[in-house]
Design a protein around this ligand. Structure first.
Ligand SMILES: Nc1ncnc2c1ncn2[C@@H]1O[C@H](COP(=O)(O)OP(=O)(O)OP(=O)(O)O)[C@@H](O)[C@H]1O
Ligand SMILES: [Mg+2]
Length: 247
C-alpha cells in the first residue's frame, strides 16, 4: 500500500510553473529516489509535499490523508519530515539544542524531557560524532557533520516518512558513504524514505525505485536496477564507469 501518493501535482513561484503534473508513489518501507539535474524541480517537489510551498493543484495523499493545504507544522506532526537542501541547522545553537528543536512537533505525545532525551540518544547512536559534539555550536561543524545533524533533527520528530533533499551536497566523498550507510540502516529499521539527489550514483545504489524528473515532469520511472541499466540515465546522470554496488 502506498504511504505517499501524489497525483498531478502542480507548483511554482509567481508566474513560473515548475512542477507540471507530478504523479508518483512511495510504499511503506521503500527508499524512492528522485533523480534530476540542476533546476529540474526536485526541491520544489519536496517543499510542496512538506507544506512549505502551497501547490497549485493536484493531490498529496499521505496514509490516505490529504496533505495539500495543511500547514507545514501539521505535516510534520502527521509523520512526514524534511531534511532541507543546504541543511539549515541553526548555527549559533548547540548540536543538542538543534536536536531538541526537532522534537518541537511532538506536543502532547511524549514531549517530556525523558522522551526527548531518549530520542537524542537514538540519533547519537546513529551518528556518534553528534554525541562527541553535543555542546558545540552547530555552525562550527563540518558540512558532513551538519548534514548528519540535519538528518538527526528531522528524525527527532519521529517521522514515518523521511524526505531528504540532496544529503550528499557539499559533503566530502568519504562522509557521503557514511551518510548513505546510515540511510540504508534507517531503511532496515523500517523507515520509509523519499530521497532527492543530483548524485544519481549514490541515490540509485541505496534506493529500491526511482523517478527521473526533467523540467518539472517525470520522464522515466523504474526499479533502481532498471534505471541504472538505462542508457539515457547512464549518459545523463551516471557517467561511463557506473557499476552497481552489488556487482
Ligand atoms: N523561491 C523561488 N522563487 C522563484 N523561482 C524559484 C524559487 N526556487 C526555485 N525556483 C526556480 O524553480 C526551478 C526549480 O528549482 P528547484 O530548486 O526546485 O530545482 P532543483 O531540482 O532542486 O535544483 P538543484 O538540483 O539545483 O537543487 C528553477 O528554475 C529555479 O530557478
Ligand atoms: Mg534542489
Amino acid at each position: 500500500m502506498s504511504m505517499l501518493r501524489l497525483t498531478n501535482l502542480e507548483a511554482g513561484y509567481g508566474a513560473l510553473r515548475v512542477l507540471k503534473g507530478i504523479s508518483l508513489h512511495v510504499s511503506q518501507g521503500e527508499i524512492v529516489a528522485i533523480i534530476g539535474a540542476n533546476g529540474a524541480g526536485k526541491t520544489t517537489l519536496l517543499k510542496s509535499i512538506a507544506g512549505i510551498l502551497p501547490p497549485r493543484s493536484g493531490t498529496i495523499l499521505f496514509d490516505k490523508r490529504e496533505l495539500r493545504g495543511q500547514p507545514a507544522e501539521k505535516i510534520v506532526q502527521l509523520g512526514c519530515s524534511l531534511v532541507p537542501e543546504g541543511r539549515h541547522v541553526f548555527p549559533t545553537m548547540t548540536v543538542k539544542e538543534n536536536l531538541v528543536l526537532g522534537a518541537y512537533s511532538r506536543r502532547g505525545k511524549g514531549r517530556m524531557p525523558e522522551a526527548v532525551r531518549a530520542s537524542i540518544d537514538e540519533v547519537c547512536r546513529l551518528f556518534g560524532i553528534l554525541r562527541e559534539r553535543e555542546n558545540q555550536l552547530a555552525g562550527t561543524l563540518s558540512g558532513g557533520q551538519q548534514q548528519m545533524l540535519a538528518i538527526g533533527r528531522a528524525l527527532m520528530s519521529k517521522p514515518r516518512l523521511l524526505m531528504m533533499d540532496e544529503p550528499s551536497l557539499g559533503v566530502a566523498p568519504l562522509v557521503v558513504s557514511d551518510i548513505y550507510r546510515t540511510i540504508a540502516a534507517l531503511k532496515r529499521d523500517g523507515l520509509t524514505i523519499l530521497l532527492v539527489e543530483q548524485n544519481a550514483r549514490a541515490a540509485l545504489a541505496v534506493a529500491d525505485r526511482g523517478y527521473v524528473i526533467e523540467t518539472g515532469q517525470i520522464v522515466l520511472e523504474g526499479t533502481s536496477r532498471e534505471l541504472s541499466d538505462n542508457r539515457e540515465v547512464q549518459r545523463a546522470y551516471l557517467g561511463k564507469e557506473y557499476k552497481r554496488i552489488d556487482e
